[in-house]
Write a protein that binds this ligand. Structure first.
Ligand SMILES: NC(=O)c1ccc[n+]([C@@H]2O[C@H](COP(=O)([O-])OP(=O)(O)OC[C@H]3O[C@@H](n4cnc5c(N)ncnc54)[C@H](O)[C@@H]3O)[C@@H](O)[C@H]2O)c1
Length: 253
């Protein structure tokens, strides 16, 4: 089945998506709505309140590191739409720095968003997802699977998310909740804009990154969104504990 195809099972399903105002998040919310989902679209950026107004998307402007934000997202899904079928842990911060320059604040700050946010959302969603035999999809990265320079803090967070995915897949399988992840290679979004701004030769860096993607292209937000929607769909009902690379072959090398 095409991952973008709408099935009768999709109608009436409800998702919480973190980082919804970003490149991947926006593509994903739009795809899920096309597939018949209602969505709580969560982001710290004010833009989240501009992209969708009413209907089947409820924007929630919160910081995933704020105490209670995960519980608020789950409660909003259940209050507005009556259930929760899917949690997508997508919000993240990037950091490109040599280890010697990476501060304690960098370490704590990036972990708090990327790992703490995903952990607390998963914890808050367990009971609601068990009621619907729903699923969790977390967005990790090739940086969580293979080594690369100047990403030690970011890569540690993405590696932690790989292991959180496997751990929760086993822990929650008896309750019928599937837990998977996607691991994108480079994606055409604003995610690394700050790092690009600090790069003395961003064009050379971009060319080198592209050269490491065997398909000769970097992913689009829609490529990643389709993989997430597939893992959440009934077509993936036999899949749990899996990390799906959306990387043009990067980690196959
Ligand atoms: N862009 C890439 O090259 C790339 C590569 C591999 C993996 N990823 C992963 O893809 C996912 C989506 O990233 P993207 O490329 O769409 O980037 P993006 O910057 O466009 O989107 C990330 C979103 O997360 C939000 N966010 C950040 N901190 C937050 C917080 N504390 N609370 C709530 N929201 C917060 C941002 O406001 C932003 O809207 C991330 O998990 C990222 O690690 C991206």
């Amino acid at each position: 089945m095409d991952a973008t195809e709408r099935t009768p099972e999709d109608d009436g399903r409800v998702a919480v998506v973190t980082g919804a105002a970003g490149g991947v998040g926006r593509a994903l919310v739009d795809l899920l709505v096309d597939q018949g989902y209602a969505v709580v679209a969560e982001d710290v950026a004010p833009a989240v309140e501009r992209y969708w107004s009413g209907g089947s998307v409820v924007p929630l402007r919160v910081d995933v590191t704020a105490p209670g934000s995960a519980e608020q997202a789950v409660a909003t899904a259940e209050a507005e739409f009556g259930r929760l079928d899917l949690l997508v842990n997508n919000a993240a911060r990037f950091l490109r720095k040599p280890i010697a320059d990476s501060t304690d604040e960098d370490l704590d700050g990036v972990f708090a968003v990327n790992v703490g946010g995903a952990f607390r959302h998963a914890r808050a969603a367990v009971e609601a997802l068990a009621r619907t035999r729903g699923s969790i999809v977390t967005v990790t990265s090739i940086s969580g699977l293979v080594g690369m320079p100047n990403q030690s803090v970011y890569a540690m967070t993405k590696g932690a998310l790989v292991q959180l995915t496997r751990q929760l897949a086993i822990e929650l399988a008896p309750r019928g909740v599937r837990v998977n992840a996607v691991a994108p290679g480079a994606i055409d979004t604003d995610f690394i804009a700050e790092a690009r701004g600090a790069d003395p030769d961003p064009e050379a860096t971009a060319a080198a990154v592209l050269a490491r993607h065997p398909l000769g292209r970097i992913s689009t937000p829609e490529d990643v969104a389709r993989a997430i929607a597939f893992l959440a769909s009934p077509a993936a009902s036999g899949i749990t504990g899996t990390i799906v690379s959306v990387d043009g072959g990067y980690v196959a090398q």
